[in-house]
Design a protein around this ligand. Structure first.
Ligand SMILES: [Ca+2]
Ligand SMILES: [Ca+2]
Ligand SMILES: [Ca+2]
Ligand SMILES: [Ca+2]
Length: 398
């Protein structure tokens, strides 16, 4: 009986000892502690998430352990010229054996918006697990090392680089009453990964080539994606987030990237451009109407009897269906019975908003016979897009 109890106690001690032995002393010959990072390339002001899976360092299965802050088994985070460590990483849960920490990169002194002032605060400090700040250069590397056991150092690395910004419109074209969203993706302008950053973008149209400058705000604290919403006006000047534009205009958005990747220089800048177009809500063929087309005498009175060698006035009334000005070319063509053009005249002008406009053209028939008058209204002679279907009328000259 006594022997049995003793044997049981010996087994217990042996089990306990062997378990705690495995926990406390890492295996020198099979070091298992993979270090992983959330990205393989970071920008200069990114937040780095470090994970080290190291079951051997889970000494207390009922409590949160930490690694890295022990002078003999340090975690170090270093760039070419700066270093943090010993840096403490903490276990994600009491028995996970997974240790994590964060470090925020603080870049170097650089003016990203050309106002003459640097927009970063480079500094290196902190001992973990989340208060680390580390200076980096544009084309730098970052190495995380962990002395897993005496003299056994495991490492992993990532690159630091700037990115070429991108700018896009939310749609390829917009009607005049639609909000316009402009989106910039430039992770380098996520200067603070823990708050919303802002950038300035430019927008211009054919009607306002100087355009406006608007603020684009980061979509989330750590997204590096910036959005601005602008609207269009036909009736007022550009101001704030509103820009003057008419249908047919091209709208251009511009972001000046001053954080360009190699082979650009650190002080280079580049305009990143996107274009979209503004379209009328009214179909192009309905933007003008021809209200009337008739023949008048020299005093402007409508006549039905036409005599050869007697001058007449061909009068048409057109109406601008849009509540903003639009250029137009009105064409009057007269053809005879053989479909030969005997008169062709045009006038080019600009209709003000909702304007009624009377056009008059004189013509003297030389021969008697049947004729046709046809009226066209086009955008311009260069762009013969009809603003209204053509309108024809037959008449007879005695
Ligand atoms: Ca633990
Ligand atoms: Ca600045
Ligand atoms: Ca941010
Ligand atoms: Ca950039």
């Amino acid at each position: 009986m006594v022997t049995r109890q003793l044997l049981f106690a010996v087994i217990c001690v042996t089990l306990f000892t062997s378990v705690s032995f495995a926990e406390k002393i890492p295996d020198y010959y099979k070091p298992y502690a993979p270090i992983s990072l959330d990205k393989s390339v970071y920008t200069w002001t990114d937040k780095i998430h470090i994970t080290i899976v190291s079951p051997s360092w889970n000494e207390n299965k009922n409590g949160i352990d930490s690694i890295g802050d022990d002078q003999d088994h340090q975690v170090k985070i270093s760039t070419a010229s700066h270093s943090l460590g010993p840096y403490r990483l903490t276990e994600t849960s009491p028995n996970s054996g997974i240790f994590t920490g964060e470090v925020i990169l603080t870049g170097f002194l650089h003016d990203v918006d050309d106002d003459g002032n640097s927009d970063t605060t480079p500094r290196t400090s902190g001992n973990g697990p989340t208060n680390g700040l580390l200076e980096v250069k544009r084309d730098d590397g970052i190495t995380i090392s962990f002395e897993f056991a005496d003299g056994v150092v495991l490492t992993t690395s990532a690159k630091i680089s700037w990115n070429l910004g991108e700018i896009v419109f939310s749609n390829p074209n917009y009607s005049t009453d639609e909000p316009i969203i402009i989106r910039v993706n430039d992770p380098d302008m996520n200067l603070n990964p823990e708050s919303l950053d802002q950038i300035i973008i430019g927008a211009s149209t054919d009607s306002d080539s100087a355009g406006i400058s608007v603020v684009a705000v980061e979509t989330q604290d750590n997204s590096g994606i910036f959005e601005s919403t602008i609207s269009l006006t036909q009736t007022s000047e550009s101001s704030g987030n509103r820009i003057h534009a008419f249908p047919g205009d091209t709208i251009t958005a511009k972001y000046e990237d001053r954080t360009l990747p190699s082979p650009y220089g650190v002080s280079d800048d580049l305009d990143i451009i996107a274009k979209s177009s503004i379209e009328s809500n009214i179909p192009s063929i309905q933007r003008v109407s021809i209200e009337a087309l008739y023949i008048a005498d020299s005093s402007g009175k409508q006549i039905n009897e036409l005599m050869k060698d007697k001058q007449i006035q061909i009068t048409s009334h057109i109406h601008n269906n849009q509540d903003y000005p639009q250029p137009f070319t009105s064409i009057i063509q007269i053809t005879d019975e053989q479909n030969r053009i005997v008169s062709l005249s045009w006038i080019t002008g600009k209709l003000s908003e909702l304007q009624n406009f009377e056009l008059s053209q004189s013509w003297t028939p030389i021969n008697s016979g049947n004729y046709q008058i046809e009226a066209f209204v086009w955008k311009s002679l260069d762009d013969p897009s009809p603003l209204v279907p053509s309108y024809a009328k037959l008449f007879f000259v005695k």
